[in-house]
Design a protein around this ligand. Structure first.
Ligand code: AMP
Length: 217
């Protein structure tokens, strides 16, 4: 596997924006990923394979070297604690915001608050920085339901248009971080396969810059 480059992609909405970027950089799966239940795909380069996995698993695959490169939302990297990974490139796709949110107009209780989220580590760090006492309640989805059912006073969640919050009587409160998808690289791979990985990073970087220029002009 020493001359192979394995790239772990985040499935779902991030994948839809990642594949055109990779195609423009000259890397394409040889079959239609959306029409297959496979998890590993050959590409038009004999030395490059793509994995299609959950976003929350991408940092783990890359950290342990099961993948050399990954595409991961910054939210996942913040939650994972990305210090073990190189993060050479902001892909500038799947942009959104990580925010706190609560029921419209409702004041938070004085003292200890209950926060429901799948971003437990991010929520803990955010509370610690502000000296906020909180019980963090881990959920795996539909965070917006928690305040509605009085499971929590506040949530920490991804906000894009804000429609999901609005539809559930909630409003965004504090911005925790601006999010976009990032390219991450395993530290050992970066040393052992430096030239090839750098080539891939450079091609993607050129595509990202070109699409930024298109937006600016
Ligand atoms: P919205 O209703 O447009 O604010 O979208 C909010 C929901 O869409 C959130 O609950 C997220 O789960 C999901 N979402 C939106 N954008 C992204 C993204 N870039 N990455 C991951 N999830 C997202």
């Amino acid at each position: 596997m020493d001359n192979q480059i394995v790239i772990a992609l985040t499935k779902g909405r991030i994948l839809k924006e990642t594949l055109p970027l990779f195609a423009a950089a000259g890397i394409e799966p040889i079959e239609d990923i959306s029409k297959s239940r496979k998890l590993i795909f050959d590409t038009n380069h004999a030395d490059v394979k793509l994995l299609v996995i959950r976003g929350s698993d991408v940092p783990t695959y890359v950290k342990h070297g099961a993948a050399d490169i990954g595409v991961s939302g910054k939210d996942m990297l913040l939650e994972f604690g990305g210090a073990d990974l190189y993060e050479p490139l902001d892909l500038d796709i799947s942009k959104c915001r990580l925010m706190t949110a609560a029921m419209v107009g409702k004041e938070l209780p004085v003292g200890r608050i209950r926060i429901a989220t799948k971003f437990v580590n991010i929520a803990k760090a955010w509370c610690a920085e502000r000296g906020i006492q909180a019980d963090i309640i881990k959920l795996y989805g539909a965070m917006e339901l928690a305040p509605l059912m009085d499971l929590a006073d506040m949530i920490v969640d991804i906000v894009d248009t804000g429609n999901t919050l609005r539809a559930n009587g909630m409003e965004p409160r504090d911005l925790i971080a601006d999010i976009s998808s990032r390219l991450v690289v395993n530290r050992a791979s970066m040393k052992r396969k430096h030239a090839r990985i750098q080539q891939i990073v450079n091609s993607l970087s050129q595509v990202v810059e070109a699409s930024k220029e298109k937006v600016d002009s």
